[in-house]
Design a protein around this ligand. Structure first.
Ligand code: F6R
Length: 604
């Protein structure tokens, strides 16, 4: 979703504003803009579409400001257009915003009643008007900003520029991320440390509700009540180096290849390879009587896989719910439960809201996150890390497998703590799990099976994915990957559900991708394949060598490395990712920034 940058600089900032926005492109956007103070006045440049359109505009019409703000916009209120692009300006004030101002309609009506004219359809423009109105009433910039913030409800990260204030940018966060960066005689605010990577690695994470004013030398930070506060500065490791594509064509391709390392690093947080013991730092699962997982999209499929493991290995009753629905059914959770959010970004608005709902009811909260400084990480009782490194491709790959790896480790730890397995079995399972990075690497290398399959799938309009047991969530994940980056309609089903409806869709034009390692469920799934073939359907079977030997006549096979069922979700995730990736490349789609999608969904 929207990306924000603000710079109080000593040299012209427009190039650096755009550089930072390029690093925030991964969040998803449909227009971009910057504004700066030139001769004490606000000037802005905005363009619909990709950043190169804004760059072209800046070549034709440069902006010489040394203080400025910039924004990539993912449209919520108002279509993607130059008029609705940020910065939004009213009077002396320019604003960029990530989030949704929920009471904007009432505020807008009130402001129009006071004779103010609006130029855009955005909720953001009311913020600019509110600040400008407070300035007109005679308040100084910072009190005017605070007075405006007090009138807003909803979620926001804001950066604000005020005409006449040549060396100041103000910012605020509530529900959406914002950080401060310290430079040499220059200061920055931005959505995240990655966006500030080219300028500084000295980062201050603001608390929710904080607002800030930066000038050349310092950041003055205030909490929600307006009390001056200090927030710790941290040196973020090599943020700038971590987002290069290297020799890969796309970040998604690179991130698929990053998976062995990402899983290895993640597992090292949970497994001691010397003692072969598995830990769950901060949580004793023997004291937990129910696990409630909340997550969105791909992360929720990682949660579904985890449910199989927590129930079968640890005997721990486990529910998984899509975070956006969780609060609306008033879940009957009692103290004794653990609410576990799974989130790559740690910022997904619905997941955060579900966690807060649990926290307000005295339920212990934990978050499995890839961003250790994220809002979720800062708000929960216990943080479980994944160490996948920054994931830039919008379609999640290495974050997903790292989540599954961590959850598998946690399920083993839970099984041991709850007395379901002894030390020898814990050591055996830890050994199996530690094999996963090598087998994931093998699956990545052995992708020669996939191109002919991808060529078939690329011609399809609809694709079905089937799986049983822990392969069912993978079927859902495979369908999501395909639809989000190649725009082919795809659905995932539990293989046993086929006869309860989806079989009506079977025809020659609808390929069915079946994920079935040679495990205890293989024969049942094989019967489902035969049912499809008997009706003229085309089947692609993702299996191991043994499964391929037992595949029904007429199926097209993709072979993945044979593995223990414990780690099959990790190993079999690779071919489904590679199929989606290759199909998208064949179709010439924008793999890393699919249309309409945002990397971090910070609005509900
Ligand atoms: C799909 C994808 C999304 C995310 C979802 C949750 O490839 O990446 O479905 O999994 O938006 O995001 P996080 O994990 O950041 O909470």
């Amino acid at each position: 979703m929207c990306g924000i940058i603000g710079i109080v600089g000593v040299t012209p900032v427009s190039g650096r504003l755009v550089d930072s926005l390029r690093r925030l492109e991964y969040r998803g956007y449909d227009s971009a803009g910057i504004a700066g103070l030139v001769g004490g006045r606000i000037e802005r440049r905005r363009a619909e579409g990709k950043l190169r359109n804004l760059e072209t505009l800046l070549i034709e019409d440069p902006l010489t400001a040394t203080t400025g703000i910039g924004h990539t916009r993912w449209a919520t209120h108002g279509a993607p257009s130059v008029r609705n692009a940020h910065p939004q300006v009213a009077g002396r004030v320019a604003v960029v915003h990530n989030g949704i101002i929920e009471n904007f309609a009432a505020l807008k009506a009130q402001l129009i009643g006071q004779g103010r004219r609006f130029e855009s359809d955005t909720d953001t423009e009311v913020v600019a008007h509110l600040i400008d109105r407070e300035l007109e009433r005679g308040l100084e910039p910072l009190p005017a900003f605070k007075a405006a913030l007090d009138q807003l409800s909803g979620a926001y990260a804001l950066a604000v520029l005020i005409q006449g204030e040549d060396s100041q940018v103000m910012g605020a966060r509530r529900g959406s991320p914002l950080v401060v960066g310290e430079g040499q005689g220059e200061m920055f605010i931005g959505t995240d440390a990655l966006g500030l990577g080219p300028f500084t690695n000295r980062i201050i994470h603001l608390d929710d509700g904080d607002f800030v004013a930066i000038d050349h030398q310092r950041a003055r930070i205030f909490d929600r009540a307006g009390v001056s506060v200090n927030r710790a500065m941290r040196v973020v490791p090599a943020a700038s180096a971590l987002v290069e594509k290297g020799n890969y064509r796309h970040f998604m391709e690179k991130e698929i290849h990053d998976q062995p390392d990402a899983c290895q690093h993640t597992l090292s947080a949970y497994i001691d390879p010397i003692t072969s013991t598995v830990s769950s730092p901060g949580v004793d699962f023997s004291a937990i009587d129910r696990l409630q997982i909340v997550a969105c999209g791909t992360a929720s499929y990682a949660g579904m896989i985890a449910r199989y493991l927590f129930e079968s290995l640890a005997g721990l009753p486990t529910d998984v719910e899509i975070a956006s629905e969780f609060r609306y059914r008033e879940p009957a959770l009692r103290p004794g439960a653990l609410a576990l959010a799974i989130s790559q970004s740690g910022e997904t608005a619905d997941t955060l809201a579900a966690l807060r709902w649990c926290k307000d009811r005295g339920i212990m909260t934990a978050a499995l996150v890839n961003s250790p400084e994220s809002t979720m990480a800062r708000e929960v009782d216990v943080v479980f890390p994944t160490h996948a490194g920054p994931e830039i491709g919008v379609a999640s790959t290495k974050a997903f497998t790292s989540q599954v790896a961590a959850l598998t480790a946690l399920a083993i730890a839970a099984a041991r703590q709850r007395g379901r397995i002894d030390a020898a079995e814990e050591a055996r399972l830890a050994g199996v799990l530690l094999e996963a990075p090598r087998l994931i690497a093998e699956a990545i290398l052995d992708d020669g099976w996939i191109l002919p399959v991808a060529q078939e799938i690329a011609k399809a309009r609809d694709v079905l994915y089937l799986g049983r047991g822990a392969m069912f969530p993978l079927a859902l994940e495979g369908a999501l990957k395909l639809k989000e980056i190649s725009y082919i309609h795809a659905e995932g089903y539990a293989a046993g559900e086929l006869k309860h409806g989806p079989i009506a869709l079977v025809d020659e034009a609808t390929p069915i991708i079946v994920i079935a390692p040679s495990d205890a469920l293989f024969d049942k799934t094989s019967s489902n394949m035969s049912e499809v073939i008997a009706r003229g359907g085309r089947v692609v079977l993702i299996t191991d060598n043994q499964g391929a030997g037992h595949a029904p006549e007429g199926v097209n096979v993709v072979i993945a490395p044979a593995c223990d069922p414990l780690i099959a979700p990790l190993v079999f995730a690779v071919p489904i990712q590679v199929i989606a990736y290759q199909v998208a490349v064949l179709k010439g789609a924008d793999v890393d920034q699919p249309r309409n999608l945002a990397k971090s969904v910070t609005v509900e």
